[in-house]
Ligand binder design. Structure first.
Ligand SMILES: C[S@@+](CC[C@H](N)C(=O)[O-])C[C@H]1O[C@@H](n2cnc3c(N)ncnc32)[C@H](O)[C@@H]1O
Length: 357
């Protein structure tokens, strides 16, 4: 039995489970036992599969809904008094086969909750215990083994982080604006769009640096892609990022305001629109937000195929709901809140109604 822990954005745990199960089934490996948010850990998914690590590791490395892959070693509760001494003791008692032969290691990890110590303190005491036990040198950059310790409230997780670089780093980016979407979120949104159905193209009308289009191109090399942005710099930046990522030429890119979609795209020509408009904080007046979103929704409705999907990441979900109600024409397939960079936007999955009611 092999156990792996995957990290993702809180709110996408079920997406990780579904992706892993699909990959395992396609590889003909056995049934997976899945635990979403084990021990209430947001953004984490634990899987147990009868296959060997040698069989599962290539699948784990292909995961698109995941940042890091960890092999869990041990979980324990921290006492109120002298928690660092307890961490040092428990880590010193663990048998970690990889540490026996490693030339170097590092201890890393995160801390969530109220504590009188920092994550650096945790790494320092755990590192000291491992040096004492195995005599292995610490090397923060050239390490061979990455021992990860996550303290969440009163619980400490110890594992080996198997991914050196986040799996989400799969795009070559030469244009890097601040507000770029994480590839993991882009992947989840594209899944919700059900791109296997329909005959038209996929549009991102607020394309920014092209994250969604590149993610789509990497998974659907034959899908016609369309991207637009109101400003010339993001349009050029998307073209440059697509070319640098090896998918240049798959998307038709134009400068266009997302309020005027019907002027640029044929009615019923898109099977899906997947997009991440500005969250609203920089849009200034409330009426600007309402104007942008209601015009965008009306245009999206017109250019989508009947049954086509609009998947949109929204910062102000109550205001968006209100506008959605007013505009009509869409069925709300589902909505979920995700965490990204300390904020909690919602992914709305809307389906263009087959017939107007
Ligand atoms: C949050 S960013 C999109 C980020 C993108 N998903 C990425 O990963 O880089 C929003 C984008 O919307 C564009 N934008 C703002 N108002 C617009 C409008 N009315 N029509 C089209 N694009 C607009 C901005 O220029 C910006 O590039």
């Amino acid at each position: 039995m092999t156990q792996l822990l995957f990290t993702t954005n809180p709110g996408l745990e079920d997406v990780v489970a579904a992706e892993f199960e699909e990959r395992v089934a396609a590889a003909g490996l056995g049934e997976t036992a899945v635990s979403l948010k084990p021990f209430d850990l947001d953004g984490q998914v634990m899987v147990d599969n009868p296959a060997s690590m040698a069989d599962l590791w290539p699948l784990a490395q292909q995961m698109r809904s995941v940042y890091h892959v960890i092999r869990p070693l041990h979980v324990f509760d921290l006492p109120d008094t002298e928690p660092l001494a307890r961490i040092r003791q428990v880590v010193g008692e663990l048998d970690i086969a990889e540490m026996e032969t490693a030339v170097s290691f590092r201890a890393t990890g995160n801390r969530t909750g109220e504590h009188e110590f920092t994550s650096v303190d945790v790494q320092r005491v755990a590192g000291a215990a491992l040096v004492e036990k195995y005599g292995t040198a610490v090397d923060l950059t050239g390490y061979e083994v990455d021992v990860r310790l996550d303290v969440i409230q009163q619980r400490c997780w110890v594992g080996l982080q198997l991914t050196r670089v986040r799996l989400s780093k799969r795009q070559t980016r030469v244009y890097t604006p601040m507000a770029a979407l994480k590839t993991v979120l882009a992947y989840a949104m594209l899944r919700f769009a059900r791109l296997d159905d329909g005959s038209g193209g996929l549009l991102d009308p607020f394309c920014g640096s092209g994250t969604i289009l590149i993610e789509a191109a990497q998974s659907f090399p034959d899908l016609p892609l369309y991207g637009s942005d109101a400003f010339p710099k993001p349009v050029q930046g998307t073209a440059d990022n697509m070319a640098a990522s090896g998918v240049g030429g798959q998307a038709q890119l134009i400068q266009a305001d997302a309020r005027d979609l019907r002027d640029h795209y044929e009615p019923g020509s898109m099977r899906a629109i997947v997009t991440n408009p500005p969250f609203g904080v920089r849009l200034g007046r409330r009426s600007d937000f309402r104007h942008l979103y209601s015009n965008f929704l009306q245009g999206a409705h017109r250019i989508l195929e009947p049954g086509g999907r609009l998947v949109v990441l929204v910062g102000r979900r109550r205001a968006f709901n209100f506008i959605l109600d007013k505009v009509g024409g869409f069925h709300l397939a589902h909505v979920r809140i995700v965490e990204t960079g300390g904020i909690y936007p919602a992914i709305f999955v809307l389906e263009r109604r087959q017939r107007e009611t």
